[in-house]
Design a protein around this ligand. Structure first.
Ligand code: CAA
Ligand code: FAD
Length: 380
């Protein structure tokens, strides 16, 4: 496995790092406090090609690979974790499956403007009564002439408040269980679609999420993605890619907290010396640095496997599991190193800790990642 980045990947990393330093870090605290969607920053991400990183240029994307995407996600999330997830959902959970399963017509209408970042996409799998057990969904799509009629509710939909189209999963044949689930591309201006008020969240508050509702929502059949009954596999294979993005987001959040902890440890004094000179602090920093590097290797490995093609389900789950739990440990240690100042909003480490927490929950909880990994271990 190649461990070094290519020249092009380094250039993208540096560009994203500069952008995050100049445009995201200075604003992230305000977006968190005000719970605001960073519209201008998202427009700039679009100008940089970061909303369709791995989409070929003929469909409006930047035509880069999954490793570059992971590197970019780390840098953007280091600047603002909420902005990171806005980018991640549009790239991995919306553009990726439309590219992979869409018809030419769907790609023209429902991929290119999203990969260019003129429009924003979302992904709706979770429901009020089914999250981890995704196949238990209750939303239905009933075929009627040239249309499907959707009824049901989806919960916690990231980019939901802003999305122009949403990839939605619904049951078309209950008797077939997960093989009776179908995917649809739903433009949000269609009749019978509505959104709830934005969720009030603990972290990643620059990103918006909400419930969405379908009441007799009639969709032309040309908006079905893939074949009838193929929806669950589309959802699962999409999450194999998405989990790399969230793992990279966790890595970015952890790195921000780690860098701030290093700087603080060199400034703050106790017992006549810098706290960085106490071995207890040095050991925490050593553990944080080691875990960050380990997580990055897992993320890059999963991304490199995605680039090579073929299945990378367990590798993505390992990257997401380790990076998200690592981020919670590292951000918590960063608070510890800041002492009382870490617990108040004067410093950013408390936000990093709040932001890290969701990475252990969405795109499959840590428990679900362990199920996916153990299934692969036992099969092998
Ligand atoms: N790729 C392709 N196919 C897959 C697959 C994959 N990675 N994983 C499973 N499948 C297929 C299986 O081969 C099987 O197919 P057949 O039976 O037709 O041969 C079928 O799917 C069912 O597989 P399982 O029996 O393993 O399915 P299950 O019902 O036991 O569920 C699960 C498995 C892993 C727990 C799954 O339900 C899951 O991932 N749950 C978590 C849901 C989740 O991650 N939600 C995230 C929502 S999006 C989000 O959160 C976004 C955000 O925050 C930003
Ligand atoms: P549950 O499935 O009810 O799980 C509750 C607890 O039980 C968890 O600890 C879980 O790990 C555990 N558990 C469940 N089953 C098992 C098992 N078999 N073995 C061991 N433990 C188990 N969803 C989308 O579709 N699109 C989005 O864009 C999206 N964005 C989100 C954004 C935010 C901010 C949040 C909070 C959620 C988002 N989600 C989204 C939903 C997210 O993916 C789910 O919350 C998550 O998959 C868990 O589902 P749940 O909340 O229903 O928990």
């Amino acid at each position: 496995m190649q461990i070094d980045l290519t020249e092009e990947q380094r250039q993208v990393r540096d560009l994203c790092r500069e952008f995050a330093e100049a445009e995201l870090r200075p604003n992230a605290r305000r977006w968190d406090v005000e719970h605001t969607f960073p519209r201008d920053a998202v427009r700039k991400l679009a100008d940089m090609g970061l909303l369709g990183v791995a989409v070929p240029s003929e469909w409006g994307g930047a035509g880069m690979d999954a490793v570059t995407y992971a590197v970019a996600m780390e840098e953007i999330s280091r600047g603002c974790a909420g902005t990171g997830v806005i980018m991640s959902v549009n790239n991995s959970l919306y553009c990726d499956p439309v590219l992979k399963y869409g018809t030419e017509e769907q790609k023209r209408e429902l991929l290119a403007p999203f990969a260019r970042g003129e429009k924003l996409g979302a992904f709706a799998l979770t429901e009020p009564m089914s999250g981890s057990d995704a196949a238990e969904m209750r939303t239905v799509a009933v075929a009627r002439g040239d249309e499907y009629v959707l009824d049901g509710t989806k919960n916690f939909i990231t980019n939901g408040p802003q999305a122009d189209a949403i990839l939605v999963f619904a049951v078309t044949d209950r008797a077939k269980a997960h093989r009776g689930i179908t995917a649809f591309l739903v433009p949000t201006d269609v009749a019978g679609f509505s959104r709830g008020k934005p969720d009030e969240k603990v972290g990643i508050r620059a990103s918006g999420s909400c419930s969405i509702f379908f009441e007799g929502c009639a969709l032309p059949k040309r908006l079905r993605l893939g074949q009838e009954g193929e929806g669950f596999k589309i959802a699962m294979s999409t999450l194999d890619g998405g989990r790399i993005g969230i793992a990279a987001q966790a890595l970015g959040i952890a790195r921000a907290a780690y860098e701030e902890a290093v700087a603080y440890a060199k400034e703050r004094h106790s017992f006549g010396k810098k706290i960085a000179e106490h071995q207890a602090i040095q050991f925490m920093l050593a553990d944080m640095a080691t875990e960050l590097e380990a997580a990055r290797l897992l993320v890059w490995r999963a991304a490199a496997m995605k680039d090579r093609g073929g299945r990378h389900t367990a590798e993505s789950a390992m990257a997401k599991l380790y990076a998200s739990e690592m981020a919670e440990r590292v951000t918590s240690k960063a608070i510890q190193i800041h002492g009382g100042y870490g617990y108040v909003k004067e410093y950013d480490v408390e936000r990093h800790w709040r932001d890290s927490r969701i990475t252990e929950i969405y795109e499959g909880t840590s428990e679900i990642q362990r199920l996916v990994i153990s299934a692969s271990v036992l099969k092998d």
